[in-house]
Design a protein around this ligand. Structure first.
Ligand SMILES: [Zn+2]
Length: 140
């Protein structure tokens, strides 16, 4: 009786190990150096948008607060490139927040929520709406 329980526990441990083995390294939250990977994710669906190290200061600051023509306020965080987003509009220069840059709407490639804007032109970066993203360590 005790033997069978021990066997079952052993089997469960083996199954757990097998499941871990088939996970991709990035899903274990480890880089090749073994350090936890810090990432920026979509807040609603947790899709990884880019590495936390992709943050970039634009005009001297990583975060900026703007109002759109309708008066809605947005705080955005600037990153080099958010690969987990997709463009959802044609580029426009109308009411641009950054001189010399056009903008296009960015949405999450996972859940399609509006996450910010892609700016191209004099500077090239993505602006992500801080309330709709979060920074975390994978497998935290
Ligand atoms: Zn999402």
């Amino acid at each position: 009786m005790h033997r069978r329980v021990a066997d079952m526990v052993y089997q469960a441990i083996q199954d757990t190990c097998l499941m871990r083995d088939i996970e991709a390294p990035e899903k274990r939250g480890q880089t090749q150096q073994g350090n936890p990977r810090r990432v920026i994710t979509c807040r609603p669906c947790m899709k990884v948008l880019c590495d936390a190290g992709a943050k970039v200061a634009i005009n001297g600051a990583v975060t900026h607060t703007f109002a759109n023509p309708a008066g809605l306020m947005y705080e955005i965080m600037c990153v080099h490139y958010a690969e987990g987003c997709r463009v959802d509009s044609v580029p426009s220069v109308v009411f641009t927040w950054f001189k010399g840059c056009n903008w296009a709407v960015l949405q999450c490639a996972g859940c399609h929520v509006h996450l910010g804007w892609r700016f191209r032109g004099a500077m090239s970066f993505d602006g992500l709406i801080t309330q709709r993203i979060m920074e975390r360590t994978l497998d935290e």
